[in-house]
Design a protein around this ligand. Structure first.
Ligand code: PMP
Length: 438
């Protein structure tokens, strides 16, 4: 076990990290259990971010550990083309039950980014399979994050993630984001104002004509850009407009899937049925990389039985990796056996009160909460966007709490198994940090 700091940190080019800053003062985690990490110095770190929104069941869940260990000794790898293994089929069947048979087909990937690119490709190929090949346009949203593949980057709406990579996919348009501090500050659950912003989709349809549009993709709650909760009625309206124009609606549930809003998926919470759902992270409780696309049966059937009669020419070497499938099956079992969603629902009120108890503290300009998510928006330091929240992140880690920051927003998403004492510890420390931030 590597439990001490490696002598040379230089060769590893870290993702999405201020590499120079990190290597001058590294934060290294060496183990994890339940609600806590342990760092290289032996300090315990409360996980306020479920890793990276990945670990709804807490760390080192014995059942998942056991399932992965058993599988690696039994079947370390199986080719994903023209071959299968039972766990991959079993997991799809379990996902079918978990989603009340509303989708019917499950395609495996290894990450959220791959799930997004897969869903976009399925959307394009679906229309072609139906003989509607002019539908090639994809619609995303400003401030949307859909991973780092060229498809996901193109429909994503984060300037910083796009600007150094050329012209990206052609034929992509973006809805406006729904974040508005003047109208919706300090919201609990869905904000009141803004459902009319969904009508912007009608404007985009009028501009390009519905016959050219394949799909709309949105995160039900945008996480990576700072917990942007959809206004009441907004997602339903998007659904109506998509249905009216024959456009597929894709929900990117990479962070909202598997209980984050205290329901299995965000589409349950908002009672809106998308045509496809992209997931990852909580699917295996973060233990083994895995993503998936949930696909409506009729979309799949258009390939099989449509005029073109084609298969989907797409997939990954590690699609449905045996270890990932074992972890996924164990994850779903733990969700059920330990009644994790019931527990999360029981905690949601306490969580909401704790989030909003930060109102009035220095620098706090907005607080928003939904399910077991919180966004704490700080006023930026003039000329240094993101610097204040980044300082909060570093201080929090020093004080034994892992939080996630994006711009000047702190995004919290603890494991769903947390207890009141963890909420108290997290917000107690945050309160102290906010009081002393520059
Ligand atoms: N979609 C959403 C909504 C996400 O939040 C993320 C990751 N945070 C992704 C896609 C990309 O997932 P991955 O990093 O596993 O590729």
């Amino acid at each position: 076990m590597l439990e001490s700091q490696p002598a040379d940190l230089a060769p590893y080019w870290m993702p999405f990290t201020a590499n120079r800053d990190f290597k001058a003062n590294p934060r290294l985690l060496v183990s994890a259990e339940g609600m806590y990490y342990r760092d290289v110095h032996g300090n315990s770190v409360l996980d306020g971010a479920a890793g990276l929104w990945c670990v709804p069941l807490g760390h080192a869940q014995p059942k998942i550990v056991q399932a992965v260990q058993t599988m690696v000794a039994q079947l370390d790898f199986a080719p994903s083309f023209q071959m299968g293994h039972p766990a991959a089929f079993e997991l799809a069947e379990r996902l079918d039950q978990y989603t009340n048979k509303r989708f019917g087909k499950f395609f495996y990937t290894n990450s959220g980014s791959e799930a997004v690119d897969t869903a976009l490709k399925i959307a394009l190929a679906y229309h072609r399979a139906r003989g509607d090949a002019a539908r090639t346009r994809l619609i995303g949203r400003e401030r949307g994050y859909h991973g780092v593949g060229f498809g996901g980057m193109s429909v994503g709406g984060i300037a910083g993630n796009r600007k150094t990579f050329g012209s990206l996919l052609p034929g992509v348009d973006h809805l406006p984001h729904t974040h508005n501090l003047e109208q919706n500050s300090y919201s609990r659950g869905e904000p009141e104002w803004g459902s009319h912003l969904a009508d912007e989709l009608e404007r985009i349809v009028a501009l390009h004509d519905a016959s050219t549009i394949a799909a709309v993709i949105v995160e039900p709650v945008a996480g990576s850009t700072g917990v942007l909760v959809p206004p009441k009625g907004y997602l339903k309206r998007l659904r109506e407009i998509c249905t009216k124009h024959g456009i597929l609606l894709i929900f990117d549930e990479v962070i909202t899937g598997f209980g984050r809003l205290t329901t299995p998926f965000a589409f349950d919470y908002f009672d809106v049925e998308p045509d496809m759902v992209t997931t990852a992270k909580g699917l295996t409780n973060g233990t083994v990389p895995m993503g998936a696309v949930f696909v409506k049966q009729r979309i799949h059937d258009a390939f099989m039985y449509g005029p073109a009669g084609i298969e989907l020419f797409h997939g990954y070497t590690y699609s449905g990796h045996p270890l990932a499938c074992a972890a996924g099956l164990a994850t779903l079992e733990v969700f059920e056996e330990q009644k994790v969603l019931e527990h999360a629902r029981g905690m949601a009120g306490y969580w909401e009160e704790a989030v909003h108890s930060l109102k009035g503290l220095p620098h706090v300009v907005d607080l928003r909460s939904i399910g077991l998510i919180a966004g704490i928006e700080l006023a930026p330091i003039a000329g240094k966007p993101g610097a204040r929240a980044f300082e909060a992140f570093k201080r929090a880690f020093e004080q034994g709490v892992l939080i996630r920051v994006t711009g000047d927003i702190i995004a919290l998403s603890p494991p769903l198994i947390l207890e009141k004492k963890h909420v108290d510890e997290l917000f107690g420390k945050l309160r102290d940090i906010l009081k002393t931030l520059p």
